[in-house]
Design a protein around this ligand. Sequence first.
Ligand code: GLN
Length: 265
Amino acid sequence: MNPEKPQLTIGWLYPTLMSTYGDRGNVICLQQRAQWRGIEVAVIPLDQTASTAAFENIDLLVGGGAQDRQQEIVMRDLRGAKAEAIRHQIAGGTPGVFTCGAPQLLGHYYEPALGQRIEGLGLFDFVSKHPGPDARRCIGNVVFQLTASRLAADLTKTLGQPPIIIGFENHGGRTYLGEVEALGKVIKGYGNNGEDGMEGAFYGNAIATYSHGPILPKNPFLADWLIQTALTQKYQQSITLSPLDDTLAMQARTAMFKRLGFDGK
Ligand code: GLN
C-alpha cells in the first residue's frame, strides 16, 4: 500500500434499504472531502448482492436510517459470515458512522413498533425499543456536546473548543446504553431516549448516533476525523489532512444555531 497515492474504500450498508432519511449525504460528504485531497475513493454497496469478501475489505463504514420493515429485511441478510465480517471490522477499529436504524441493528436487539424483536449484532452494548405505533416519535433538530473521550479530545485539539454537533432526529425507537460510552450529552432534542440526556454511542472508532442532517456535511470536522482515522489505520502511519475551505458549512451552522436560540458556535 502506498500512502503517496492514498485510496479509501467506503462500505455503504444496504444503500437501497437503509437510505430513507437522507443519510447518503454522509457518503457523498466523505467521498468528496477525500477526493478534494487527492485521495482515491471507491464506494462499495454492502447488501444482499455483495460477497463476504466485499464486507471484509473496507476502510470506512457508513450505515443510514431505515424504517422498521426495511430493518427486518436487512437483519435477515446480515447473518453468518457477513455479520462476522462487520463485527471483526468494527472491533478491529475500522471507523464508521451509523445513524438511527443502523445502530439499532448493531446493538443487542431492536424491538420494532409492531412485530417480533430483531436480534442485532451485539457490537454496541445497548438495546433499542420502540414503545409502539401510538408513541410520539422523537423528531426535530438536535444539538449535543460530543463527550466520547478519545473522539472529543481529538476534535477539541482540532477545533480549539469542545465539539458541538448539530443534526436532525426522527425516530420512534428509544436506545438504552449498557457499558458502552455515550457519544454525547444532549443540549437540545431527545437523543437516545428523551430521558437520560445521552446521545449515541462510541465504540472502537465507530460512531452511533440518532442524528441525521445528514450529520457529516453539517459537522465536517467529524467527516475529516473519520477519513483521517481510516487512512491512519490502513497505512499504519499518522496522516494529516490538508485543510479545506469550510466557510459555507460554518455559515450554515451559525444560521442554524441562531435559529435554535444559541448565539452561534
Ligand atoms: N425505524 C427506526 C425508528 O423509528 C429508525 C428510524 C430511522 O432510522 N430514522 O426508531
